[in-house]
Design a protein around this ligand. Sequence first.
Ligand code: GLU
Length: 330
Amino acid sequence: MTDKANIVVIGTGGTIAGQGKAASNTSAYLCSVLGIDDILATIPHASLPANLRAEQLLQTGSENFGNAHLLAIGQRVSTLLMEDDVDGIVIAHGTDTIEETAYFLHLTLKSAKPVVLVGAMRPPSAMSSDAALNLYDAIAVAAHPGSVGMGTLVVINDEIHTARDVVKSSSFKIEAFSSPYGPLGYVIEGRPRYYRHPARAHTLATPWTVERINSLPQVDIIYAYGALEPALVDALAARAQGLIFAGTGNGNVAAHLIEPLREAARRGVHVVRASRTGSGIVLRNGAQPDDTYGWLAVDDQVPSKARILLMLALTQARDWPSLQAAFERY
Ligand code: GLU
């Protein structure tokens, strides 16, 4: 045998597993049709950086992923990471919600072994598809010693992102992913180059372990606009344990929505003020008096990932100081 790393490549669907009728179909194509073996077969040099083992876990677009999918992926990855002859994992995933799955794994896996999520913006059948290069780069990153202890990573478009920061910020471009503080590194000629480490706690340093989580609490997101009606807040507050309020600007709340959100908090719903802007900080007691209203502030996390963090935090705590601390720490 060689001294190459042993990497398991897991297929879940997405554009990276998609197929169009013509090479010009960069937008209109079928997603989640190619198996992970078929995708790997299109990359002649895929096994250069690592010994590969392929596994088809799911075959669906990531827009369909609910909490059960997160738990299923997390539990399977966790089991694989415990095997002595597995050095790292690559997960081929639809790009739509890759950041949510990645952040969930980043917070709940108890291993320093590299876990890398990868997607593509153009299916393998399209001209200038990014599927093969992204997958090759992801394998190279998972096999690289510098990736150990970095938490869950997302590799796409020559860049290595930490799961905590990365967001999909374009619906169609090849350069669809960005992190507000930049990527951790690049991949060039199949060789990863790191420039920095994730600053916030992850994997081994969090209190959450995926095997110990059987279900996740209901947390919903409300997208704010001036004409948003209190009835929508009331309806979600009646069913949710947590609400991420994606407010305007720095987490502003329209005057007519303050009382409905205060009432939700009084009834025990954990209300988190976030921002619909896509980046920046929502400061506790900044735009709104959170101490007085019984609300939480998101720090710098985007609403989709704040939902993941609040679900996890609620599996262990209900008091506001612990929940607020989670937003400052992870
Ligand atoms: N909507 C599909 C998904 O998230 C395809 C998007 C993609 O992979 O780029 O799986």
